[in-house]
Design a protein around this ligand. Structure first.
Ligand SMILES: Cc1cc2nc3c(=O)[nH]c(=O)nc-3n(C[C@H](O)[C@H](O)[C@H](O)COP(=O)(O)OP(=O)(O)OC[C@H]3O[C@@H](n4cnc5c(N)ncnc54)[C@H](O)[C@@H]3O)c2cc1C
Length: 603
């Protein structure tokens, strides 16, 4: 715990350091006085194009050379992940232009995109007359996202710029508070960015349009049953009663756009109730939240990692100690409070195993690398209580090479079946994620094969995820074939048993009842080629456990008392999902409790 003397000493050190190294900036300052790598005379004036492989596909650029120097770089084609790639296409690009050099640091968390972008610009410059040696010479220019080395005074400080954090900050600012966000990544978004962005809401405007009958009580019952009745009923009720109005706030105030005539029906829900953002991903949520945060002038300190909480003499949380990119201490004072929205610990395998030793090295993770449980540790260090830490959710249909959650495999929700290498079904495809995951690991090769036909494809959102589809194809993890035999043969699945399985399933579809696994919802026959088969494995996906909070999002101590000044929302908290989170409920949770944390911290 850091007390006042330490703070004064640090403050003086920071002022001294500020004088020596100068101030960084919020969201991407740049370092000055670097040597240009390419002399002006080396390049012929003109406009040149270059392309190179990025993370998702090729990046194409157009480089304008004027007076022998880079005048401008334009990105003309790419499919990199928006937001994640912003520091590359903004900061790195700006440094290349201002320094007439491609010798810039890669962006951590977006390394492959950085390299792809550099190589594309390099190709254009070679075209303009530069040689490889010329391009590689000169000092490497570093990216500097640092914060000014001084104490920062705010009323509310939010830790983590994922969905919960951005929402909490917007709400706190709307209530009139001076608020700042501290984020350890060089970009905002956290797991929310890579999520599907779908969230459940009973009696929503989309359900109304689609004539789906639902109720708050039914949603509560599904959520409680899905978590084996281990969830905190009071928190579940708040989520169920508030999410529809809060979803409208997201739509109308933050201007997030949703598909108005489509709902996802995640496992464990009695009716389809998950609202689907355009693009079928959290990118839409994060881009709009980020735009709102900018419009409201809320500072976001990137690459700034919160390390510990600061208490006053009365043990009230009044700020936090963070480290800037140079590893130097920075203090963020939040006299009204600190909101922890640091997400879960699904990417911290040691921490997962500490609480749940059953999860072993067979599991990869769907999470961003930054989901390491920092907020939990920081709060536990000052006496916070945790709940449900052993409840770790795995997601059944992930990429066997990377652990990434497969959105192409969402065809499961539209009718695809799961089979094993022997060509047999082994589980109800809409069962809980933990049940399907364990079922998959019991099969030969600890993997399963998801199969669908063209009619299922056409009723699904598969076309939205063609970049992923092509990557899977390149890695031999998916096959599209005219016949069932051909598709089965690609993976060595028993062809004749698979044909029998499909025939039997089609019979169930005709009769409207799945006699083998009682699949819920409508059954769709698989009878129209081409057929698709995708290899899938489970991966660690969500950590249901976390900080114990009360209905006002205040963090509770191990003694059951309120830790004054400390609030939490999103996956860093526990209790809302019990033993198992139903699909679409994490985003509902972070919207509802993110808003409440922002509001309560300003009271
Ligand atoms: C691939 C995938 C798909 C998903 N799809 C869905 C879905 O469709 N619907 C649904 O309901 N749920 C989904 N989920 C779950 C859901 O996305 C997450 O539970 C939710 O986004 C967590 O939001 P959050 O704001 O709590 O944390 P995050 O969005 O993870 O944000 C936490 C932020 O805190 C930052 N941070 C962490 N430690 C520090 C520190 N020490 N200092 C500063 N910053 C720090 C992180 O870098 C990160 O930016 C999905 C999850 C994944 C991984």
């Amino acid at each position: 715990m850091i007390r006042k003397n330490g703070i004064v000493f640090l403050f003086i050190m920071m002022l001294l350091l500020t004088a020596v190294v100068g101030c960084g900036t919020e969201e991407g300052g740049t370092e000055e006085s670097q040597e240009p790598a390419v002399e002006s005379t080396d390049l012929k004036d003109g406009t040149y194009q270059g392309r190179a492989q990025g993370h998702n596909s090729e990046i194409a650029v157009e480089v304008a050379i004027e007076e022998g120097k880079i005048a401008s770089i334009e990105i003309i084609e790419h499919e990199e992940t928006p937001v994640l790639v912003d520091p590359v296409f903004e900061d790195v690009k700006e440094l290349m232009e201002s320094h007439n050099s491609i010798n810039i640091d890669t962006v951590s968390g977006a390394t492959i995109s950085s390299i792809g972008f550099r190589n594309a610009v390099k190709e254009a410059m070679v075209e303009a007359g530069a040689t490889e040696e010329m391009l590689d010479q000169g000092k490497k220019i570093s990216l500097d996202h640092g914060v000014a080395l001084e104490e920062k005074d705010y009323e509310v400080v939010v830790v983590g710029a994922g969905g919960a954090g951005l929402i909490a900050a917007i709400e706190a600012k709307s209530q009139g508070a001076e608020v700042a966000i501290v984020e350890k990544n060089p970009f905002v978004g956290g797991n929310t960015l890579v999520s599907g962005g779908e969230f459940n809401a009973p009696n929503s405007w989309v359900q109304e349009k689609m004539d789906v009958e639902d109720s708050v009580e039914q949603y509560m019952e599904d959520t409680l049953a899905g978590g084996d009745y281990e969830a905190d009923e009071e928190l579940v009720r708040i989520m169920a009663e508030s999410i529809t109005e809060d979803g409208e706030w997201l739509r109308d105030y933050v201007e997030v756009e949703f598909i108005e005539d489509y709902l996802m029906h995640f496992g464990g829900h009695a009716v389809p109730r998950a609202i689907y953002p355009i693009g079928g991903s959290g990118i839409e949520l994060i881009q709009k939240l980020q735009a709102k945060v900018h419009a409201m002038d809320i500072p976001v300190y990137l690459e700034t990692e919160a390390k510990s909480l600061i208490l006053d003499e009365d043990d009230r949380v009044v700020g936090l100690r963070a480290e800037n990119p140079e590893g130097e201490n920075v203090h963020f004072n939040g006299k009204q409070g600190v909101i922890l929205t640091t997400g879960g610990f699904g990417a911290n395998i040691e921490m997962v195993q500490e609480y749940n030793p059953v999860i072993d090295e067979r599991y990869k993770s769907t999470n961003q690398n930054s989901a390491t449980g920092d907020g939990l540790r920081m709060a536990q260090d000052i006496g916070a209580d945790v709940t449900g830490m052993e409840y770790v959710q795995t997601y059944p249909t992930c990429n066997p090479n990377t652990g990434h959650l497969s959105y192409v495999a969402d065809t499961r929700f539209d009718g695809a079946i799961l089979v094993n290498l022997e060509g047999k079904r082994f589980v109800e495809e809409l069962d809980r994620r933990d049940v399907i995951s364990e079922g998959i690991l019991d099969q030969t090769g600890e993997a399963a094969y998801l199969m669908w036909d063209t009619s299922i494809k056409e009723n699904s959102n598969m076309e939205t995820y063609m970049t992923e589809f092509e990557a899977l194809e390149k890695d031999d993890l998916i096959v599209k074939a005219d016949t069932i035999e051909e598709a089965a043969g690609f993976f060595g699945i028993d062809e004749s048993t698979l044909k029998d399985t499909v025939e039997r399933y089609n019979q169930f579809a005709a009769e409207g009842e799945d006699e083998d696994f009682q699949r819920r919802g409508a059954l769709t026959a698989l009878e129209e080629g081409p057929y698709y088969i995708q290899k899938v494995v489970p991966a660690v996906h969500h950590t249901m456990g976390g900080l114990k909070i009360n209905k006002n999002t205040q963090v509770l101590s191990t003694e059951g008392t309120i830790i004054e000044g400390l609030y939490a929302a999103g996956e860093v908290t526990g209790g809302i999902h019990g033993k198992n989170r139903l699909g679409g409920n994490a985003i509902s949770d972070l919207i509802v409790f993110g808003r409440r944390a922002g509001e309560n911290a300003t009271r």
